[in-house]
Design a protein around this ligand. Structure first.
Ligand code: UTP
Length: 296
C-alpha cells in the first residue's frame, strides 16, 4: 500500500539543547536559512507524501506560523521587485503540503506522541519522521523505506551502524540480513548496556508503521507508570518479535538537531554546499583551519 501520510513528532522538551530551546522549539533551530523541520517536511513531500501531521505542544506555535501564510511580510516583499526571489521562497513554504497540527497535552514520550495520530492516520500504513533528525539524501530516506514496506507489507525502520560506544545512547537491533541494505528485525533493546548490545545498528529517525501499531501503543501507554515516558521502541520490538518488521540501512547523511554538535555539523556542511554563501564559507573555514593548525 502506498504511503500517503506522515507524522512528525515535535513535542519533546529538547533538554539537550537548552537554553536555545527554551522559547524556540529545537525543531525550529535553523540550518543556514531554513528551520530543521522544514527540511523534514521537504523530505516527506519529495517522497510523495501529501498529508503531514505535526505533533506539537504548548510553546511550539511558531511551527504552525512557519507553515502558514505570512500576509504582512508577503505584502511588504511583494512591493519590492528586488525581493521577488525571497518572496517566492517564503510563499513556497506554506504551499509545501497539507500540514496539520495536533497537541500532545503531556510529554509522555515518543510512543505516546505517535499514538496521538491514531485518528488522523486511520487504517493505513504511515511514515514517522522524528522532528529533530534531519537526513539529507538524493533518494529521500522515507522513499527508501516505503519501497521495502510496499514489497513486504510490514513495518520498516531506517537504521545505520553507529560506533559501539554510542549504541547505549540509542537502541540496538537484533537482525537477520536478507539482501544488501535490507534486514529482518528480530528484537530491539532500547538504551542497552554494553553487555546487551545485539548489533551496532540503531534506528535513526525514520520509520514506517502499520496501523496495527496503535493497539500496541494503547496497551503500552496504559501500562506505563505515571511520570514515565513511553518509548516507541517497545512497540517496534513487539512487531519485530512477531516477524512484522524490516530494517533498511539507508543512504543519507543524518544530523541530530537534538544535540549541540549535531546542530554545528549540519550548519557547517549545508553552508559549504549553499549556492549563496558556499564559496565564501569554504574560504572562511580554510583560513580558520590554518589558524587552528598554527595553534596546534
Ligand atoms: P527525543 O527524545 O530526541 O526528544 O525525541 P526530546 O525529549 O525533546 O529530547 P531531550 O532528551 O529532552 O533533549 C525524538 C522526537 O520525538 C519528539 C521530540 O520532539 C523529537 O522530535 N517527542 C519526544 C515528542 O513529540 N513527544 C515526546 O513526549 C517526546
Amino acid at each position: 500500500m502506498k504511503i500517503k501520510k506522515a507524522l512528525i513528532p515535535a513535542a519533546g522538551l529538547g533538554t539537550r539543547v537548552l537554553p536555545a530551546s527554551k522559547a524556540v522549539p529545537k525543531e525550529m533551530l535553523n540550518i543556514v536559512d531554513k528551520p530543521a523541520i522544514q527540511y523534514i517536511v521537504e523530505e516527506a513531500v519529495a517522497a510523495g507524501i501529501e498529508d503531514i501531521l505535526i505533533i506539537t505542544n504548548r510553546g511550539k506555535g511558531v511551527i504552525e506560523d512557519h507553515f502558514d501564510h505570512a500576509y504582512e511580510l508577503e505584502h511588504q516583499l511583494a512591493g519590492n521587485p528586488q525581493k521577488a526571489k525571497i518572496l517566492a521562497q517564503v510563499q513556497a513554504v506554506s504551499a509545501l503540503a497539507n500540514v496539520f497540527f495536533l497537541r500532545q497535552k503531556e510529554t509522555k514520550g515518543l510512543g505516546h506522541a505517535v499514538l496521538c495520530g491514531k485518528h488522523f492516520m486511520g487504517d493505513e500504513p504511515f511514515a514517522v519522521l522524528y522532528g529533530d533528525d534531519v537526513i539529507l539524501s538524493e533518494d529521500p530516506v522515507i522513499s527508501q523505506l516505503a519501497r521495502v514496506s510496499e514489497e513486504f507489507g510490514c513495518g520498516v525502520v531506517g537504521v545505520q551502524e553507529v560506533p559501539r560506544r554510542e549504541v547505549p545512547k540509542y537502541c540496538s537491533l537484533g537482525i537477520e540480513p536478507l539482501r544488501e541494505r535490507v534486514m529482518r528485525v528480530t528484537d530491539i533493546i532500547e538504551k542497552p548496556t554494553d553487555a546487551q548490545i545485539l548489533s551496532c545498528f540503531s534506528i535513526l529517525g525514520r520509520v514506517i508503521l502499520p496501523p496495527e501499531i496503535f493497539s500496541m501503543l494503547e496497551e503500552g501507554v496504559a501500562k506505563m507508570p505515571a511520570g514515565e515516558e513511553y518509548y516507541l521502541t517497545d512497540a517496534l520490538a513487539e512487531l519485530g518479535r512477531q516477524g512484522k518488521l524490516m530494517a533498511v540501512d539507508f543512504l543519507g547523511k543524518r544530523y541530530d538537531m537534538g544535540n549541540k554538535l549535531g546542530i554545528m555539523q549540519a550548519n557547517c556542511e549545508v553552508a559549504l554546499k549553499h549556492p549563496e554563501i558556499g564559496a565564501d564559507f569554504r574560504a572562511y573555514l580554510l583560513a580558520l583551519a590554518k589558524t587552528l593548525e598554527a595553534k596546534g
